[in-house]
Design a protein around this ligand. Structure first.
Ligand code: UDP
Ligand code: MG
Length: 315
């Protein structure tokens, strides 16, 4: 483990990149001489001079490598590309805006090399400086996610993390197209140490997240890691059928006891509700099969091995 790759997705980050580069270089200098660093900037189709800034770093510094996308593919794509091209035995993932404190790299490194973790990740314990409504919605999102999916998604988790080659390979083995990294990190498992810190404001430039984008992102997360919404129709159908049956019983009993003309619109309404219920139930059943198909086409690995005896590893 002598090379540490720092993967940095950048989208219109010309304003903050020089400060970022300097800060990380400083931290890199504080590491032991035997630890080599490599920067891997992924320019996600920036419209400003981000690429030029990165190229300037690369001219001066042989540790700097970069990829530049043909257009903006989104941070998830940038992360995937970065991990794929990283050469290090340890790989760290960092935002370019200095919201991820660089001095944590050392602590992450220690957690992995000395404490035997596979992965060390940062988690915000406060969302200071963020609009209230946004933190509220974010909290709700994480609660719902934890309930309905089997990926362990931690509230306030950032994408800022360092991991061993083994974890990187595991993440790359999840090849699905709609990538929700936070979920994938949790899904692959491994021993993760969580380092906590207070929220830090962006050093310069602007966040790329509007409320609408965040909403879409959360939907992405839910649909990528949970098939619970597909079961909603079944529940609705069963509930409606239940209501209809109770109502029909009520009408029959009333007819028997009091007689009269009970077979007007109430009985009609019962039938309509009942048929509606059956239809929803059938949609729900389709949903269940769709859910299974959905999980199959993702072709996720069935399991991920962390350790094994020698023969198993070769075979
Ligand atoms: N980013 C990217 N592609 C995008 C949007 C963002 O590569 O389409 C990068 C961005 O340059 C930054 C990181 O993802 O390094 C996080 O973005 P941002 O700071 O806007 O998000 P926030 O910190 O507010 O969650
Ligand atoms: Mg940021």
């Amino acid at each position: 483990m002598d090379l540490i790759t720092i993967v940095v997705p950048c989208y219109n980050e010309e304003a903050v990149l020089p400060a970022f580069y300097e800060a990380v270089c400083e931290v890199a200098a504080s590491f032991k001489k035997s630890e080599a660093f490599e920067f891997l900037f992924v320019d996600d189709g920036s419209a400003d001079s981000t690429l030029a800034v990165i190229q300037r770093f690369a001219e001066r510094d042989r540790r700097v490598r970069y990829l530049s996308f043909s257009r903006n593919f989104g941070k998830e794509a940038a992360i995937y590309a970065g991990l794929k091209h990283a050469r290090g035995g340890l790989v760290a993932l960092m935002d370019a805006d200095l919201q991820d404190p660089p001095d944590y790299l050392k602590r992450m490194y220690d957690a992995i090399t000395e404490e035997g973790y596979d992965c060390a990740a940062a988690r915000r314990v406060s969302r200071r400086g963020e609009p209230r409504i946004r933190s509220f919605l974010a909290r709700r999102f994480y609660r719902i996610m934890r309930r309905i999916s089997n990926a362990d998604i931690v509230d306030g988790a950032r994408d800022y993390r360092m991991m061993t080659r083994q974890v990187v390979e595991a993440i790359l083995s999840v090849t699905e197209y709609n990538r929700f990294s936070k979920g994938i990190f949790g899904w692959v498992g491994f021993k993760t140490k969580w380092l906590e810190y207070e929220n830090i404001k962006r050093a310069a430039g602007e966040t790329k997240w509007s409320v609408w984008k965040l909403f879409k992102y959360s939907m992405e997360g839910i649909t990528a890691f949970s098939v619970a919404p597909l079961a909603l129709a079944s529940f609705g159908g069963i509930a409606l059928c239940g209501v209809a049956v109770i109502a029909i019983l009520f009408i029959i009993v009333r007819q028997l006891l009091y007689g009269g003309s009970a077979f007007g619109w109430p009985s009609m309404a019962c039938i309509v509700i009942f048929i509606g219920g059956i239809q929803l139930l059938c949609v729900g059943i389709l949903g269940q099969y769709l859910a299974k198909t959905y999980l199959e086409v993702k072709e996720r690995p069935v399991y991920i091995v962390r350790e094994a005896s020698e023969e198993e590893e070769q075979g």
